[in-house]
Design a protein around this ligand. Structure first.
Ligand SMILES: [Zn+2]
Length: 409
């Protein structure tokens, strides 16, 4: 184990492509120098005692598969909170970790990650890292989000990236499979020009660059895919930083390899999350275990919760959950005879997954409601009987029955 301090830098702006360069430069007068077209160093934690270096996952820094991890959002606008929530739901599609947002003063039995937002760029930022995994020490700090010059895509991608670290991911350009030969002096010269690192000595800066950019993880330290330049965990850097002509571009989405690697590190073992959304435009709820569908339809910001887990394929005690749609109302039933191939204007959309039809220890019921109030004519499903009880006249929803049973989150 190497002994060194990690300095985690400017999390809020970790990856800036050239098209964002000027926008970000303009965000604050303190930014007197161009920050370049390459990425900010995003890992700084002076409390780390080894190099803590971890789509590559650092084996010593993984959560327990299936565990619940609390998320406390210390501050920030509703917009940021929504972005964090959306990013957590996206990760939950691929990793079997039950992220649960808890209030700041709530004391819970599981470990929590604290997320905070800070205004304005500062010389460099300290923030906790995955070092605190399994403990309450983990925290992520985002800086510079207040700038409306930074696109939502970059902010969202930055949150996804930092959550990737929190899940144990390391930078892709530092993967043992990275083909890059670095030109450390060229990198140092470029970062040295940046005003935001003025308070660091040359040695400190070189150290941070090593930790964030040039040091490769050992094959024994990480579980890595083949080198993936489309990884969310890549930095943006020019070929002048390398001696073999390689360059890197930042990515603001999970790549195909990121997703498959994440699913391998935190396997769902034949289950998947069942998402509940509220579609404002339709004034109706929608439920699916297919996250890609939510992404394609641009519904990810409408996710309210994950209700639990359902099965990918039939296992003992489960049956198909049939899904129907009438243009507004989504209807789900385990009884194919209810609507068959489609009836009363409902079209059959197929099997949403496999669910249980009777109560069993460890399963939770999903309650079904229907409302005809004010031509509402929609169905509603919830795992929380207290949400509507036997029905609330206000919404016109009347309790019908337990529709099916699912696995808890
Ligand atoms: Zn990073």
């Amino acid at each position: 184990m190497k002994t060194k301090s990690l300095i985690l830098g400017f999390a809020g702006l970790l990856s800036l492509s050239s098209c964002q360069k000027e926008e970000v430069t303009l965000q604050n007068e303190d930014f007197t120098q161009s920050i370049g077209s390459y990425s900010h160093l995003d890992l700084i934690d002076s409390t780390l005692t080894d190099n803590g270096l971890r789509a590559a996952f650092e084996k010593d820094y993984l959560w327990q598969n299936g565990q619940t991890v609390g998320i406390k959002i210390a501050n920030g606008t509703d917009t940021y909170k929504k972005l964090v929530k959306e990013a957590l739901f996206e990760w939950m599609a691929y990793v079997n970790i039950n992220f649960r947002i808890v209030s700041n003063d709530q004391s819970v039995s599981y470990p929590c990650i604290t997320i905070s937002f800070e205004n304005g760029p500062s010389p460099y930022e300290l923030r906790g890292t995955t070092r605190g995994l399994g403990k309450n020490a983990t925290s992520i700090r985002f800086v510079g989000f207040e700038s409306n010059k930074i696109s939502k895509e970059v902010k969202y991608g930055t949150i996804l990236h930092e959550l990737g670290h929190a899940l144990g991911m390391v930078h892709e350009h530092q993967s043992p499979n990275s083909p890059i030969s670095w030109n450390a002096n060229a990198i140092f010269k470029d970062y040295r020009k940046m005003a935001i690192y003025n308070s660091l000595s040359d040695n400190e800066l070189r150290n941070i660059i090593a930790v964030n950019v040039t040091e490769k993880y050992l094959t024994s330290e990480v579980s890595a895919t083949s080198y993936d330049e489309n990884s969310l965990m890549m930095y943006d850097f020019p070929s002048s930083w390398t001696t073999n002509g390689k360059s890197g571009h930042s990515n603001f989405n999970l790549s195909t390899l990121d997703k498959s690697k994440a699913s391998q590190m935190y396997p769902y073992n034949g289950t998947k999350r069942f998402y509940r959304c509220y579609l404002n435009g339709m004034r109706a709820h929608f439920y699916t275990a297919n996250f890609a569908e939510l992404k394609d339809q641009n519904y990810t910001q409408d996710i309210e919760s994950t209700m639990g887990k359902i099965h990918d394929s039939q296992v003992s005690g489960t049956t198909k959950l049939h899904r129907y749609f009438n243009g507004r109302d989504h209807f789900y039933t385990t009884d194919y005879n209810e609507l068959g191939a489609g009836k009363y204007g409902y079209k059959y959309e197929g099997c949403a997954g496999y669910v249980y039809t009777s109560a069993k220890t460890g399963l939770i019921p999903v309650y079904r409601y229907y409302s005809t109030y004010s031509d509402n004519n929609t169905h509603f499903y919830t795992t929380n009987f207290n949400e509507l009880g036997y029905g609330k006249e206000k919404n016109g929803f009347k309790y019908e029955r337990i529709a099916f049973y699912i696995l808890p989150n």
